[in-house]
Design a protein around this ligand. Structure first.
Ligand SMILES: [Zn+2]
Length: 361
């Protein structure tokens, strides 16, 4: 299969000047290697999301065909150390979620009385943990998936949405997506009521065709990705729906396509919603929806590529807007965007899981 081949190594760069005309794979690999070894101090405030930052770095290296830069055994040991295990099987019904902590510091934080709270496992951290484990080739059958999945049902609400953490927080499409991706990666759907989740997602499609994070809220590129990717993972919509008869779909595909196609701006970049500037990350969120629907070729790919290269930093990474400093989040979605654009040397994506095809299989 095509995705099993090794990526083509590009010719080494002969110049150290900034290259705004081409995707500079080698510099992006070096950028991620630096982040892998030591995160800059600006990420201190993101410490609680360390697993998610690690996902951006490790999945990024995988997309760039540079996973050999990662110490896989060390990564597996660290990720597994963040899993929370129930004391016994009866605990799985106590309302708590037994997933993964976001970081070491969130493992044993004291509450306001100084009492240690031992379980802060979060759906987003659990998604990131499982994605990393899949990327580095860990055998998923070795994971205590029963604890994760049975306790995850404690987080699903009567309306089908999910809380991300058992102590309560906002409930919206992001966490339905995390739950669906977790079930998909563990190949076991006992962790959620798919029908209820589907009903919630369908209620989030707005009058203009896009999806909001909650029913009745404004359509948004990230929410639309969560909706469409979740429906695809749960098997409620087919791949390439545009070529097999959109009218029979459970979502209003023509209206969705209408909203999606208005997101690419005159500068070639893609915005998350009307009246917003083009932003690197939506090249993935919107591009991935089009890929799932089978309409990626409707984008002006050349113009998108030109925009993204204005966000490429001269020492590697991508910024949110042209000419700014890069950050890990936008760098990662810059790499995924170039994978969707079939940049030479990059691995293709399983867009609905947010990892490479190679890792997903
Ligand atoms: Zn962004």
């Amino acid at each position: 299969m095509e995705f099993m081949k090794d990526p083509v190594e590009p010719e080494p760069s002969l110049s150290f000047s900034s290259s705004s005309e081409n995707f500079d794979r080698d510099r992006h690999v070096r950028f991620l290697q630096m982040m892998y070894q030591l995160l800059p101090s600006v990420y201190q405030s993101e410490e609680i999301n360390r697993l998610t930052l690690a996902y951006f770095i490790i999945s990024g290296l995988d997309i760039l065909g540079a996973l050999d830069r990662v110490d896989k055994d060390a990564v597996v040991g660290w990720v597994l150390s963040l899993q929370v295990h129930p004391g016994n099987k009866a605990d799985l019904n106590n309302g708590q979620f037994y997933g993964f902590h976001g970081s070491r510091t969130s493992q044993f934080p004291p509450d306001h009385n100084g009492v240690l709270i031992h379980n802060n496992s979060h759906l987003a951290s659990t998604y990131s943990a499982l994605a990393i484990l899949k990327i580095v080739g860990y055998k998923m059958c070795n994971i205590d998936s029963e604890s994760i999945l049975k306790s995850m049902r404690n987080l699903q609400q009567p309306d089908g949405s999910f809380m991300p953490i058992h102590t309560g927080a906002e409930m919206d499409l992001r966490f339905i997506y995390c739950a669906a991706a977790i079930c998909s990666m563990l190949e076991n759907w006992i962790g959620m009521d798919k029908e209820k989740a589907k009903e919630y997602i369908l209620r989030c499609q707005s009058y203009d065709g896009g999806f909001g994070l909650t029913p009745g809220s404004e359509s948004h590129g990230g929410a639309t990705y969560c909706a469409v990717a979740s429906l695809r993972l749960m098997g409620f919509i087919e791949d390439d729906i545009l070529s097999i008869g959109a009218p029979s779909s459970i979502i209003d595909v023509p209206l969705l396509l209408d909203w999606i196609m208005q997101r690419q701006g005159k500068d070639g970049g893609i915005q998350g919603r009307p009246n917003k500037a083009s932003d690197t990350c939506y090249a993935f969120w919107i591009g991935a929806v089009l890929r799932i629907l089978g309409g990626y070729n409707f984008l002006d790919k050349k113009a998108l590529c030109v925009f993204l290269l204005t966000c490429q930093y001269e020492y590697g990474g991508f910024s949110k807007f042209p000419g700014q400093f890069p950050d890990l989040y936008h760098s990662y979605y810059g790499f995924t965007a170039f994978s969707l654009l079939e940049e030479r040397g990059l691995h293709p994506l399983c867009v609905e899981l947010g990892i490479t095809d190679l890792a997903a299989t």
